[in-house]
Design a protein around this ligand. Structure first.
Ligand SMILES: CCCCCCCCCCCCC/C=C/[C@@H](O)[C@H](CO)NC(=O)CCCCCCCCCCCCCCC
Ligand SMILES: Nc1ncnc2c1ncn2[C@@H]1O[C@H](COP(=O)(O)OP(=O)(O)OP(=O)(O)O)[C@@H](O)[C@H]1O
Ligand SMILES: [Ca+2]
Length: 542
């Protein structure tokens, strides 16, 4: 039996004042009361069965620490001798493990075990620690951390000092901290400095701050690999360093999407356990230059204008988006563009296919991409030309407080595609109905005849800024002439950063980066804390 073969340590220890059999397997630790007898010095009979037991995967152990506890028997002895000193020998250890408290929120749970003697306690600490250090878990040891003191509600420094630093210390992570002094500080640092000592780069901030890490790291990686300019056909190099985010911004869509919640402690725990998820990245080109990289939302029209306006109201914090969103909605603007796109050839994958991207997503793992094939030689490009209020390219589901299900709920973190969402010219009320559904959790937000959606590998966007020759009138000399009406130009909202170039080509790079995060868990399928599958006792009973 596989699990039984991998038993590393098995001892009777005291937990909650009861004798418990504690077993360390190579993949998890299991403890519980036994149905057969066992005495306090660790004798137990084989085969044993747990009556009721708990199991925690090694991956979900944050740390193991010695615990100084004065044991009851010693207390009694010392008291009778009039001694108040605590025993110098450490005979207890504490496991700090991930605890799910609902709504994707993670916390640390402490589980204390008393050992028969100091030697046994030391053996346990060494054995568990050596599993935690194993390369297979990829836990970071050295992180470079940027804190944006001006993101969101401006609490990032406090969040880091009070909540995150103690957790990193507990988990034995060394973190070099840089509090940014200006926009692009983190980006420039990543481009220029020696990063060899780090396992990952993280930030405490919002999507804009994460975009600095993303753009800095991808530029640096391509630069180091000798790729200076790149058209859509260039195969980009995957960075060695992983990225992470602790929420401290306004929308926090990257962290909300990958952890299921914008909670700093939860994110820190995702980082500590070292689990990673591949994330698709869009490269945005103009001719042979890469302008920027984008992971969440690239939007033109309504959301581009909201961003421009919201920057004027940064003092309002996260509420600035609601205010600018309202103002922009009041003044309806229509844009026009020609958009060519290369649709996903597998028709089973679609923005309205009802799928959800969960941890270990089978769709992301199974999808095949032929990265080497030329995009330009492909004759499957299709074209949309028309007027719209909002154009969005959504590369991850983009969950956030404003849209808990996501702007494109069936998009995936690492399927290699982005979803185009075009809200065509319609009344303000209709556009609001669409947005209302983006916010609500229940109805299909794309089920409107004015909303068009496509899942694509690449697209080209060409704004049209003048009307065609369809209107005629007389000039002052009575000559008939064509009148062209200026259409409104917008700018791009690229992960919350303004991009002023209108004409762009965009390509999705399948899993170009790795993020410290597990991706959201399907809470309906989560097992209870009590082991159901993986320990010897359970498998023997089945
Ligand atoms: C009335 C219900 C309206 C619900 C609106 C729901 C739409 C939600 C769409 C959220 C899109 C977030 C996607 C992630 C984008 C991030 O890369 C980026 C950087 O952090 N954030 C934004 O651009 C932040 C963009 C935030 C845009 C907020 C727009 C708010 C619209 C309010 C309109 C009110 C009209 C009221 C009329 C009575
Ligand atoms: N010290 C600083 N002073 C001014 N701006 C900074 C500083 N450090 C970073 N920035 C810039 O602040 C911008 C916004 O930061 P951030 O994304 O953290 O918060 P946010 O915009 O409130 O949140 P979100 O992007 O989630 O909506 C980023 O684009 C970043 O470049
Ligand atoms: Ca995707």
């Amino acid at each position: 039996m596989e699990a039984a073969d991998n038993v590393l340590l098995k001892t009777v220890l005291i937990h909650n004042k009861k004798n418990c059999l504690v077993t360390l397997f190579s993949t998890h630790i299991c403890w519980g009361l036994m149905s057969c007898g066992a005495d306090a010095i660790g004798q137990y009979l084989e085969p044993f069965y747990y009556q009721r037991h708990e199991s925690v995967p090694i991956q979900e152990i944050i740390a193991i620490t010695p615990e100084k506890i004065q044991h009851a028997q010693e207390k009694k002895q010392n008291a009778s001798l009039g001694i108040e000193l605590i025993s110098l020998e450490t005979r207890s250890f504490c496991l700090h493990v991930v605890k799910r408290v609902g709504g994707h929120r993670w916390r640390v749970r402490k589980v204390i075990f008393d050992c028969p003697d100091g030697q046994a306690c030391g053996d346990w600490i060494d054995a568990v620690q050596s599993r935690l250090n194993s390369k297979e878990y990829g836990r970071p040891k050295h992180l470079l951390t940027f804190i944006n003191p001006f993101g969101g509600k401006r609490k990032a420094v406090k969040i880091y000092e009070e909540k995150i630093e103690p957790l990193f210390y507990l988990a034995g992570i060394a973190s070099e901290v840089i509090v940014t002094e200006r926009a692009n500080h983190a980006h420039d640092y990543i481009l220029e400095e020696d990063l060899r000592h780090y396992d990952g780069i993280i930030c405490v901030g919002g999507d804009g701050m994460f975009a600095e890490l993303l753009n800095g790291l991808l530029r640096r990686t391509q630069q180091d690999a000798g790729i200076h300019d790149a058209n859509q056909e260039t195969k980009l190099v995957n960075p060695r360093l992983k990225l992470g985010v602790i929420p401290g911004g306004s929308t926090d869509a990257v962290v909300y999407t990958t952890c299921g919640i914008n909670d700093p402690v939860t994110s820190a725990l995702h980082i500590i356990i070292g689990e990673t998820v591949g994330v698709d990245v869009c490269s945005i080109h103009q001719e042979n230059q890469i302008l920027r990289y984008c992971v969440s939302m690239l939007a033109y029209g309504y959301f581009g204008d909201v961003l421009i306006d919201s920057e004027k109201h940064r003092w309002m914090g996260p509420k600035r988006y609601d205010w600018s969103g309202f103002k922009r909605w009041c003044k309806k603007f229509v844009y026009e563009a020609e958009i060519s796109y290369l649709e996903c050839p597998d028709t089973r994958h679609h923005p309205r296919d009802g799928s959800r991207c969960f941890a270990g997503c089978e769709i992301c793992n199974s999808i095949q991409h032929s990265e080497g094939e030329s995009l330009y030689s492909d004759d499957k490009w299709q074209t949309f030309q028309g007027r719209f209020i909002s154009f969005q390219s959504i590369t991850m589901p983009c969950r956030c407080d404003l849209s808990p299900n996501g702007v494109s709920p069936s998009q995936h973190l690492s399927n290699g595609y982005t979803d185009l969402i075009i809200a065509k010219e319609c009344s303000q009320v209709d556009f609001l109905r669409h947005m209302w559904r983006v916010k609500s959790k229940t109805t299909d937000q794309f089920d409107f005849d004015f909303v068009e959606v496509h899942r694509v590998k690449a697209f080209k966007f060409r704004p049209i800024l003048e009307d065609g020759e369809d209107e005629e009138n007389d000039d002052s000399n009575g000559r008939q002439r064509l009148r062209t009406r200026q259409l409104r130009a917008s700018s791009w909202n690229c992960d919350g950063e303004v991009l002023t170039e209108g004409f762009i080509d965009v390509k999705v790079h399948h899993q170009l980066i790795k993020l410290f995060a597990r991706n959201i868990e399907d809470e309906r399928q989560l097992k209870t804390d009590f082991c159901e599958t993986s320990c010897y006792s359970c498998s023997a009973r089945r």
